[in-house]
Design a protein. Structure first.
Length: 273
């Protein structure tokens, strides 16, 4: 990644079954349907910090696991990569005024590496012990995040969007990385635009951003050049970030991809490769 311009069958933590030795706190409470009714400032920051410190990790990826998967961590020997994602995180925080946000990460073309960038950007936010990150796989055609994390999910985003009675705690997966959670794509992957234009999707994204001011939400999408998904989701999110594969796309192609984002949401591009 260059400059910033502008498996194991892991079970989700059921909402109604608190983790062992976790007292009265349950990580799945961080995302529950009732939060859709709550606005900004509904949760005391002291309570949130206590919750963050108790987030349970049923399994923990080792440093070797993370190196193999090309996922950054604070002690990673690849200091250049770590620093680049830290710098990207810093620039985005400057843009948001330090507030949490939702961001779409989309490739300028097929194979640009948006999943790599989305996952590592989320990991960079999770470095901070006072913050959490949620990465959502919105590439319904070719989901990759669960494979990167060696997770075999039973349910995911489309299952939640398709059923108004579906408990969101069933799609919130621990990743093996402290303070980072994954929502996989889900079992239904046809007509993704219909899922993303639904009121339930809009309501969901608003809730996870407003309800928990210390959580940063990263959405990995299909290439913006190949589908309308990234454009649709960017309208629901705060920012859009473009991933450009180094040496594999023309300047005109990059400009066309960048132009697909709305001007007020587009924060720049990352050159990957």
């Amino acid at each position: 990644m260059r400059d910033f311009d502008a498996g194991k069958n892991v079970e989700p933590i059921p909402e109604d079954q608190p983790p062992e030795n976790a007292g009265d706190w349950n990580d799945s409470r961080l995302l529950v349907p009732s939060s859709l009714e709550l606005g900004s400032g509904a949760v005391d920051k002291y309570v949130i910090s206590k919750q963050i410190s108790r987030m349970q990790e049923p399994r923990r990826l080792t440093n070797d696991d993370l190196d193999e998967r090309r996922i950054i961590y604070p002690e990673s020997p690849n200091r250049d990569l770590v620093n680049r994602f830290r710098n990207l995180r810093t620039k985005l925080l400057e843009r948001s005024g330090g507030n949490n946000f939702t961001i779409v990460v989309s490739g300028a073309s097929e194979g640009a590496g948006s999943s790599f960038v989305a996952l590592n950007l989320a990991a960079a936010f999770a470095f901070d012990h006072a913050k959490t990150a949620l990465v959502i796989d919105c590439n319904l055609r070719e989901p990759a995040l669960h494979s990167s994390l060696d997770i075999i999910p039973e349910n995911g985003l489309t299952d939640f969007l398709d059923d108004p009675d579906f408990d969101i705690g069933r799609i919130l997966y621990p990743t093996g990385i402290p303070r980072l959670r994954l929502i996989p794509a889900g079992s239904r992957r046809e007509t993704p635009a219909e899922f993303f234009t639904s009121f339930r999707m809009k309501q969901f994204l608003q809730a996870v951003r407003r309800r928990y001011p210390d959580r940063f939400i990263v959405l990995d999408t299909a290439p913006i050049s190949d589908s309308p998904d990234a454009r649709i989701l960017t309208e629901l999110c705060d920012y859009g970030l473009l991933v450009v594969p180094h040496g594999k796309i023309t300047t005109a192609g990059v400009e066309q991809a960048a132009g697909a984002f709305s001007r007020e949401k587009f924060v720049g591009a990352v050159i990957n490769g």
